[in-house]
Design a protein around this ligand. Structure first.
Ligand code: ZN
Length: 479
């Protein structure tokens, strides 16, 4: 039997508010343990929470940016469970009346567009963090609890199980990340856990509609782990089913070091949490005017920006998709073009040498040693024929470690393109005289032989001869 995967994601997105969701404690990352705590976030008896209005604003904006309906009447609920990192023994979250519902985003994987539906977006507080004395809880003699993160605001963005491969799940999470960055509600730093996903995976025979039993993998915080964990889980479940076994509904953990998922605990159902309305917080009532005000404050979103780059600059759909896939990329591109650089060249350089160098060093574009201004200046040198595209690669490489302006680098290294006809002609004559065979081949009808001669001229000029002029002069002299 052939199976198809059914995948849904719950993405937890940490909001970039200054203070926590129900108290005035700072949300700052990396502070000493238990320095950002107060009686409210520690769950002391008799204290009362108040909602941070910024969290509601961010929840509504996230909903609007993902085509959700905003619930004008929304409320908080208690999700009851016990764990040492949860001082109240419940998490204040939302249950039946979340801030936003019924949205969608479009993704594309290898040129195929697909719409992924969002079930809901709800607001909730984060839990604290266990700090083990060893590397894992199993080999630790003791563990501390750090409550700094307790009460940090989160949005939980829940999708319908509309994805069927690891690539689609990745594309969806990238899209959510981009949208949250564009609307500026989260730093989306995955390595700091700002954005993490719980992934539901089940299999069903191809062509059937009924959902199979699913497993859940928690707290995946990199795109690579997301893809690897899903692919592993699809393979594992396929083997179980093909051997005549059945899938156990459970929570599994992904171990990136070994590339496998492991059973953690049998999966609980919603009713196990004994959800109940939060009595200490009034419902959130939002007017149409407020919603419209937030809508008017939304910036241009990734899909609209992509369409604009295609229309205004003639970029291909693929190129525009990559350039707008993160806010940092899109802003870098705009800044390069603002220097007067050609847009297509800007896109090519960003997706070529710049992306390659950033990847090699594991750098984000915001940390690029070659900033938008300098890349723009370098592209203008190409546009003015001061350097050829080939020499530009050398210049770019030098710029990576040398903070001088591209113009100065080109001068200092003697890389200015030779555009003097006389100078090029001299080299061309020499090459024709010394490569009789290629010349004969060309004259004998093998037009491709000119390539070898162009190569010789470029080599003799150390790559500095203007390639178009070389081609033209050679053709003139040979005919
Ligand atoms: Zn607090």
């Amino acid at each position: 039997m052939k199976y198809e995967a059914v995948i849904g994601l719950e993405i937890h997105c940490e909001l970039k508010t200054k203070t926590k969701i129900f108290c005035g404690c700072a949300t700052e990352f990396g502070a000493d343990q238990n320095t950002h705590v107060c009686p409210v976030c520690l769950g002391m008896p008799g204290v009362l929470p108040t909602v941070n209005q910024r969290v509601v604003e961010f929840g509504i904006k996230a909903g609007l940016a993902t085509n959700c309906e905003i619930n004008k009447y929304s409320k908080f609920d208690r999700k009851n469970y016990y764990y040492p990192d949860l001082p109240k023994n419940w998490q204040t979250s939302q249950y039946d009346l979340p801030i936003a519902e019924h949205g969608w985003v479009d993704i594309d994987v290898e040129g195929e567009k697909k719409r992924i539906r969002l079930t809901r977006i709800h607001m909730e507080e984060d839990a604290g963090k266990l700090v083990h004395s060893g590397t894992t809880i199993k080999d630790s003699a003791s563990s501390n609890v750090d409550y700094n993160r307790t009460g940090v605001p989160l949005l939980e963005i829940v999708s319908e199980p509309d994805m069927s491969s690891a690539e689609e799940a990745r594309a969806y999470m990238e899209k959510i990340k981009a949208i949250m960055e564009y609307i500026d509600v989260s730093n989306c730093r995955m390595e700091e856990g700002n954005l993490r996903a719980d992934i539901n995976v089940s299999l069903r025979p191809v062509g059937t509609k009924e959902l199979g039993t699913r497993t859940e993998m928690k707290n995946i915080n990199s795109f690579k782990n997301l893809e690897d964990a899903i692919n592993y889980e699809i393979e594992r479940q396929t083997e179980v089913l093909e051997d005549g076994g059945h899938i156990v509904q459970e929570t599994r953990t992904y171990d990136p070091a070994r590339g496998i998922t492991l059973s953690m605990r049998s999966k609980e159902n919603a009713h196990d949490y004994r959800y109940m309305p939060e009595p200490d917080l009034p419902p959130i009532v939002t007017s149409e005017e407020t919603i419209e005000k937030y809508r008017s404050e939304l910036p241009e979103l990734p899909d609209a920006r992509r369409a604009r780059l295609e229309k205004d600059f003639g970029l291909s759909d693929y190129d525009a998709g990559i350039i707008t896939s993160s806010r940092a990329m899109a802003e870098y591109f705009d800044a390069v073009v603002a220097t007067g650089a050609d847009a297509k060249l800007a896109a090519n350089w960003m997706m070529g040498d710049l992306a390659k160098n950033l990847n090699e060093e594991g750098l984000d574009i915001s940390k690029s040693p070659v900033d938008a201004q300098r890349l723009g200046e370098m592209i203008q040198l190409i546009m003015k024929d001061t350097i050829s595209g080939k020499i530009a690669k050398k210049v770019f490489k030098e710029m990576w470690t040398n903070t001088d302006s591209p113009e100065k680098i080109v001068k200092d290294k003697g890389l200015v393109q030779i555009t003097d006809t006389k100078a090029i002609e001299g080299i061309v004559d020499e090459v024709i005289a010394n490569n009789q065979k290629a010349v004969d081949d060309y004259k004998g009808g093998n037009k491709k032989a000119i390539g070898a001669l162009v190569g010789q001229v470029m080599k003799a000029s150390k790559g500095k001869a203007n390639p178009q002029m070389v081609n033209k002069l050679l053709a003139e002299k040979l005919n």
